[in-house]
Design a protein around this ligand. Structure first.
Ligand SMILES: Nc1ncnc2c1ncn2[C@@H]1O[C@H](COP(=O)(O)OP(=O)(O)OP(=O)(O)O)[C@@H](O)[C@H]1O
Ligand SMILES: [Mg+2]
Length: 380
């Protein structure tokens, strides 16, 4: 069965599509794809908001994102009937806003100035993933928003699955037993439990206090006690966005390079989406070796290169060009085999391939070019 082609333009033009999520392992082109898709959708007439995470500085500048102010800004100079808003996720700011929106001012201040909160909000593994989801939820819920399509980039984690796992991990950390034990004194555990148990907790936290430092324990304790009464549970918020991601109006686009590790991650992610009943749009295979396969086969090119080198020496320019062509064809062949492993395991998943450009993508023209290539949906 031939692999179906990912029809990017029908996805972008479909008014029922309201959320696109670009995910994949580190460095494969998630941010580039998200920005390129958002620009293309806007230039084709949609009103789009793109949520980028850690874009390269030049790309951010090209989209008019010069400061990290955590709100979408209109991108000037787009060509076409739609509109494009772009923002960079400010993880700490988003976390602070959640606190401010959910606690009275005094309590919010108490949480925001808590050293444990400050460490958690800026460095806990998974916080960025959680906050990306939180921001997506906010952008989607915003009343009178000028956009009807949100394109989401995902954080640069090693595993693509972190985006789906981290919110639950963060919330179970905060709701979890470990924290409950740590914070037992702050919750008046001595009253609820027997005296013996209370004494046990006392010894336990006493030992931990020696290891972690008493101040850390107090910070964690007051933080969790404060957050517990004001948030109504991190898990609920994450669950709401999870439900949003399961709707038919969402499409996940899994991005990978034609390399074994990246495609293995893509495979895991595709399976996970199926388990979670989340809609998969398709796979983007990015940075494919660009080479004109109709020109000459690798064998012919190598044989010709050897003949010419024999006649005019190994420094011959023609011989070198022929060798380079052969190398590229072999590289393309290798990528093809690696990609076939994915298509063999997931024959129904539509694919779009994007060739590697000669230069990094750092301006609107570069994004347009990627968008065009994506829409051509070249066959595997
Ligand atoms: N098709 C392409 N041709 C040439 N360069 C590309 C292509 N796609 C992406 N790049 C470049 O590769 C680099 C990584 O891309 P990008 O930042 O989009 O990856 P990412 O998946 O978002 O990375 P991270 O996981 O770190 O967030 C960037 O410098 C980008 O310009
Ligand atoms: Mg990125």
């Amino acid at each position: 069965m031939a692999t179906p082609i990912l029809e990017i333009d029908s996805l972008l033009d479909n008014p029922a599509t309201s959320i696109l999520v670009c995910t994949g392992s580190g460095g494969v082109g998630k941010t580039t794809s998200a920005a390129a898709l958002a620009l293309r959708a806007a230039e084709r007439g949609r009103n789009v908001c793109v949520l980028t995470i850690d874009p390269a500085r030049r790309l951010a500048q090209a989209m008019g994102l010069t400061e990290l102010d955590n709100t979408p800004r209109r991108v000037p100079d787009i060509e076409g009937p739609g509109s494009l808003f772009a923002m960079m996720l400010d993880m700490k700011r988003t976390f602070d806003e959640v606190v401010e929106a959910n606690a009275d001012p005094d309590r919010a201040q108490q949480i925001l100035s808590n050293p444990f909160y400050q460490a958690l909000s800026s460095s806990f593994a998974g916080t960025q993933e959680y906050m990306a989801m939180e921001k997506l939820g906010q952008l989607h819920a915003q009343e009178d928003a000028p956009w009807d399509l949100i394109v989401v980039d995902t954080p640069p984690s090693r595993s693509a699955l972190d985006f789906l796992d981290a919110p639950a991990r963060l919330s179970s950390f905060l709701d979890g037993r470990f924290i409950r034990i740590l914070t037992a004194p702050a919750r008046g555990a001595g009253r609820g439990l027997g005296r013996l148990a209370a004494a046990g907790f006392g010894i336990f936290t006493g030992v931990l206090g020696k290891i972690l430092g008493a101040q850390v324990l107090t910070d964690v304790g007051t933080f969790v006690a404060a957050i517990d009464t004001t948030f109504g549970g991190f898990r609920e918020r994450a669950d709401e966005t999870f439900a949003l991601l399961q709707q038919d109006s969402t499409a996940f686009l899994v991005v990978a390079t034609p390399e074994p590790d990246a495609l293995r991650e893509a495979s895991y992610f595709v399976e996970r989406l199926r388990d979670e009943s989340m809609p998969l749009g398709g796979l983007i295979v990015n940075r494919v070796q660009a080479v004109d396969q109709s020109l000459m086969s690798a064998e012919t090119a190598t044989a010709a290169a050897q003949r010419i080198a024999g006649e005019s020496g190994s420094q011959s320019l023609t011989a070198r060009l022929l060798e380079m062509h052969a190398l590229r064809l072999r590289e393309r062949e290798r990528q093809h085999h690696v990609t076939e492993r994915f298509t063999g395991a997931h024959p129904g998943v539509p694919i779009a391939q994007v060739p590697a450009l000669a230069e990094d993508v750092h301006d609107l023209d570069g994004l347009r070019e990627i968008g065009n290539l994506l829409a051509q949906g070249r066959a595997v």
